[in-house]
Design a protein around this ligand. Structure first.
Ligand code: FES
Ligand SMILES: [Fe+2]
Length: 347
């Protein structure tokens, strides 16, 4: 029988922290997929990530400290360098040949776009790379980066960020008005992602409309889900661009940490810069409303289990879940057949 490596959520890169959260000589602990992780920077400033468990007597390495880019355990002082190699056992004194070829359990860690990403497993059958946030770092755009904690699963969080029907109830007025408007979209599952393209969406952006779309031109609106944990929403409105990219990090089954990049180009560097506080405030207000509903949903699911009943618009969720569940079952989400559906609903 073919010896295939099972696909797993561990094959993907997850944000452990922002670059600025991990300073030289600092040690921080994180949890991802229920795995305890310790992070520090080596002598070259490169991030290192180990299992937060000393190989000696299993004390938490995160209780230790960093000196010259090496991590020292707080219990008996064993010292590990950035690649995980054990380099010193203080109780061996000058006789360090006992150190041998031992290593902390280490994970790959890379720094990109102001984040430190960690991958728990390098699956040769599933080559992945950290997600690149659209237009991040492009001087014509500004990015406001928000961080929030949700008490729900990654999949329920990700679904919420690209769920349109809830917006008129949960974000009433701030974001959208209920107009009983017909919405048409094409939902396309392909290569481990789901893309939802909204067709001929008219002006339904709540009180943003006067600024974002004064000439009432048709809006380009495309939502994307990249399995297992990323969503990106794109609006192009009368040459103004607004991207909302959310990376949901599975801390444990019902704990998700989310970094949201609000990246926009409203048509001028000064205008973009001046808009930062309002974009940040407005974005956080919308997320605060989502935190309330997602916490509520999670409480019910934790009591009664998950048992959903679908409307037409939920085809988006069904296709997203088909990719997420593929990984759960050890399969490759990119191998799930392509599917394209036209959907009509009202908001
Ligand atoms: S437990 Fe870490 S040095 Fe002993
Ligand atoms: Fe929402």
């Amino acid at each position: 029988m073919e010896n295939k490596i099972q696909h797993s959520f561990k094959d993907y890169w997850y944000i452990a922290c922002e670059s600025k959260d991990l300073r030289t000589e600092q040690v921080i602990s994180r949890k991802i997929l229920d795995e305890w992780i310790v992070l520090f920077r080596d002598e070259a400033g490169k991030p290192s990530a180990f299992q937060d468990r000393c190989i000696h007597r299993n004390s938490q390495l995160s209780k230790g400290w960093v000196k010259d880019g090496k991590l020292q355990c707080s219990y008996h002082g064993w010292v590990f360098q950035g690649d995980g190699k054990l380099v010193n056992i203080p109780s061996e004194g000058k006789n360090q040949n006992k150190v041998g070829n031992r290593c902390a359990i280490n994970y790959e860690a890379v720094e990109q776009e102001g984040f430190i990403f960690v991958r728990l497993q390098n699956n040769p059958e599933n080559k992945t790379s950290p997600f690149k946030s659209p237009h991040f770092g492009n001087p014509n755009y500004q990015t406001v980066r928000l961080f929030n904690k949700f008490n729900n699963s990654v999949i329920n969080c990700a679904e919420n960020y690209i769920d349109v029907p809830h917006t008129v109830f949960v974000h009433d007025k701030i974001f959208r008005d209920a107009l009983d408007e017909e919405i048409n979209c094409i939902v396309h599952r392909k290569e481990g992602m789901v893309e939802i393209e909204y067709l001929g969406e008219s002006d339904n952006l709540g009180w943003f409309s006067w600024f974002l779309n004064p000439r009432k031109v048709p809006i380009i609106h495309v939502d994307s889900y990249y399995a297992p944990n990323i969503t990106s929403v794109k609006y192009i409105i009368d040459k103004k661009e607004f991207w909302i990219t959310s990376q949901s990090i599975p801390i444990s089954e019902y704990e998700t940490w989310v970094w949201t990049d609000l990246t926009y180009n409203f048509g001028g560097k000064l205008l973009n810069f001046l808009a930062r506080p309002i974009v940040g405030y407005q974005g956080q207000s919308v997320i605060d409303q989502d935190i309330v509903v997602l916490d509520n949903q999670s409480e019910v699911i934790q009591k009664y289990g998950e048992n959903f009943s679908n409307a037409t618009a939920d085809v988006v969720h069904v296709l997203i879940e088909s990719l997420y569940n593929a990984i759960k079952e050890g399969k490759d989400p990119k191998a799930i057949p392509e599917k394209r559906v036209e959907v009509k609903f009202w908001i």
